[in-house]
Design a binder for this molecule. Sequence first.
Ligand code: HEM
Length: 133
Amino acid sequence: MKSAQVDLVQQSWKKIMPNRAAFAARFYTTLFERDPTLRKLFKNDMRAQQTHFLTAMGIAIAGLKELHDIAPYLQQLGDRHGLYGVKKADFVSFTSAFFDTLSHELGATLTDEERLAWADAFRTIVTAMQVPA
Ligand code: HEM
């Protein structure tokens, strides 16, 4: 990713942070509305899951400029997702639920440039997770 794009993603993530709990809750609600079959994969407490997700996204977003540093972390995260039964195809619903939540949260302040930067960031993170097809 270009450095300027990473900056955009990091800045908009920062804007979400004061409202992160509501953001994460809305994200999973949107995900399960979009694809109810995914709900059964989540066996543990969703409150805790929201926190885990925010933490992992935070680490990934902070590391986008030094991808080699976080690649092992993301690959291990991806390996665990394989064990949870997550398939590569599940990332489609996941990514679009994330975008819906982002649009809701940032509303009109989310520019096309930011959207493109986020799409690139997601592609980068998902590729580094290497979840099996
Ligand atoms: C950007 C992509 C993603 C990130 C950063 C992420 C992050 C996380 C984290 C941090 C955990 C906590 C457990 C652990 O560390 O292994 C987790 C668990 C989990 N994630 Fe993800 N995830 C991503 C994509 C997905 C996708 C596409 C799915 C598909 C539905 C998914 C489903 C799950 C499930 C089922 C669990 C286990 C929940 C449980 O134990 O109840 N994740 N995820």
